[in-house]
Design a protein around this ligand. Sequence first.
Ligand code: PLP
Length: 450
Amino acid sequence: MTGVALKPNELEAYWMPFSANRAFKARPRLFVAADGVHYRTDTGRQVLDATSGLYCVNAGHGRRRIVDAIKEAAERLDFAPPFQYAQPQVFELANRLALLAPGDLNHVMLATSGSEAVETAMKVALAYHRAKGEGQRTKFIGRERAYHGVGFGGIAVGGIPANRKAFGAMLPGTDHLPSTYDRAHQAFSVGEPAWGAHLADELNRLIALHDASNIAAVIVEPTAGSTGCLPPPQGYLERLVEIAGHHGILVIFDEVITGFGRLGHAFAAERYGLVPDLITFAKGVTNGSVPMSGVLLRDQIYRTVCDGEDAPAGAPPRHLPELFHGYTYSGHPLATAAALATLDVYRDEALFERTREREAAFAERMMSLQGLPNVADIRPIGLMCGIDLHCIENRPGQRGYRAIETSFHELDLYVRVALDTLILAPPLIATDDELDAMTERVAETIRRVQ
Ligand code: PLP
């Protein structure tokens, strides 16, 4: 399929997610095909993909092995009921994910979106404490500027004001750590900034306020992604995990973006030598090809809820589900096949190791943008980078929207923009020349929106 003729009135029916609908429909941006690090538009232009779709196409677009696996699954088994029945590949996938995860995160639950993974992790945390006889542990600690998807739990622990303000009480009983970002102390840091580890101590303040015995879990993105790529200060995550562990508070790393190579490891937890209690993942698990997400969790959590270990009430009856939770599409055959093929590609092409080796060169390219008009900060880590542009006075997001239009219509570049921040996350397969081209086009975008 190449040309797609759409008239403006044919765009009206679809209410686009997280989009400026009216502006888009006045001047649409349409992708009809993709290959490698390029999209093709409805008018046949090749557009460089500087954000791996939406941080998910880590192995590049149109991977034959993944496409073939999906086709084979679609022809063989279109759907299998995931409740009380299963298809064999989900067990293979769970084992392979557990092998990739740190420590004893040996159990996996599956869902479809990152938002569902977050809700699942939060519910598992509640169920775990309840099974242990600590059902009063119901509060969750999130962080300012965090993004944990759009479920009521996720927006409640999330910290992006615009995502919260229209949605009432959300999930009651949450509180927030301060954001780890402080431009005055951290501007133009490469990787983890030196300043800010002490911000983890704020967890102690929240524990004093709410009492540890009431807190179920603390949830953080190892590097906050959607808010503009905020790497954790050196030592911050280590301190947070230590404090939470000391008080029996579960730690959830939301690795929906940082999982599957973005920071040079299967999971960012490994980069810091940490073992959180739960890890949420999505996006890169299927290279973005079929929706899939999930939660990895530690042995102790599974054994407590399912086997009744350390549970005052003992194990639940054998004929009943141990946890009343799940989705019609948990472990869908097409997604499972896509995930298995994706993991093969990551392994056979050593894409995580390759990312580690290229991190410094990528950072160098990003830092070369310092000094361009209105650039307020640049934050590279792994193969991801946030570039803040000064906002036009009293018009947050306007320069950013211009950057979206300019890069797409004039420079054949797709880059994710959140308000006035450009967020690059190139496919891990991008060549040096392709990274150079992305850097040049980002530079030109910045110049044109000054
Ligand atoms: N958690 C994090 C850290 C994310 O970055 C995202 C999406 O970008 C989500 C959760 C939500 O994922 P989804 O959009 O698949 O629901």
